[in-house]
Design a protein around this ligand. Structure first.
Ligand code: UDP
Length: 235
């Protein structure tokens, strides 16, 4: 297998990192992702990782809380996941840097685009923590933004569900998986794969999104080598 891309953003949803536990981190899943990242880097791919936080907290779970405060909590959740990913990847002997959009210098470097690119060029995995650093955004938007900034060729969107369906497969048992979609289709049909801010950022910058399930081992490698396991979203 040969990778199609030189530089990618791998977006891991918090939910996917929780595995079957549904909350927190599933160690086996984290280690499995780490070993696939190591394999990808070994194949010559530069990998930037954006992790979600939904396995701990989402801004919209805040109920009556102030939204910005609830979102700050969500961004901190992504830092927990980022450190877990760093630990697992470094445990396999691959150097990493966690770069945080919110300064916390005791545990992560501040995000500086040029430095991130330099790390990637040196074969280090860069884990982008704390989302965009702004409330009212998502880690999908972070993935789109960082992909545009570092000129990644594609976003590998790893989820709990294995692609985009015409209706919610968790609710509707006869939901049908869609192989390919345009950005506009996703927006017009209101398919809940990504929020519209993230999607339009990908559309405006022509960044393809490969949606797939994290559950089966080796999926990250397969998708990066051109297998369409889930759904491809592009122009
Ligand atoms: N978040 C934010 N700004 C960002 C990225 C994330 O406020 O730029 C907060 C937001 O509250 C979000 C939470 O962090 O709900 C966790 O991120 P997300 O829901 O995207 O995680 P995922 O669904 O991928 O696990």
């Amino acid at each position: 297998m040969k990778p199609l891309y030189k530089r990618v953003i791998l977006k891991l949803s918090g939910e996917a990192l929780a595995g079957d536990k549904g909350f927190g981190l599933d160690e086996q899943t984290v280690v499995d992702v780490a070993s696939q990242v190591k394999e990808l880097v070994g194949m010559g791919v530069e990998v930037g990782v954006v992790v979600g936080g939904g396995n701990f907290w989402r801004g919209r779970s805040g109920g009556g809380m102030d939204r910005s405060t609830a979102d700050h909590m969500g961004m901190l959740a992504t830092v927990i996941n980022s450190l877990a990913m760093q630990d697992a990847i470094e445990g396999l002997g691959l150097p990493t840097r966690v770069m945080s959009a919110i300064e916390m210098r005791q545990i992560a470097e501040p995000y500086i685009r040029r430095r991130a690119v330099r790390h990637l060029e040196k074969g280090r995995v860069v884990i982008f923590a704390a989302g965009t650093g702004n409330p009212y955004f998502s880690t999908d938007t972070t993935a789109a933004l960082r992909a545009a900034e570092i000129e990644a060729e594609v976003i590998l969107l790893a989820k709990k569900v294995d692609g985009v369906y015409d209706s919610d497969p968790m609710v509707n048992k006869s939901a049908v998986k869609i192989d390919a979609l345009s950005y506009i289709d996703v927006l017009n049909r209101g398919l809940g794969v990504m929020d519209s801010t993230a999607l339009t950022l990908c559309m405006d910058n022509n960044i393809p999104i490969l949606v797939f399930g994290l559950k089966e081992t080796h999926n990250i490698i397969k998708v990066c080598c051109g297998e369409n396991l889930g759904t491809i979203i592009k122009e």
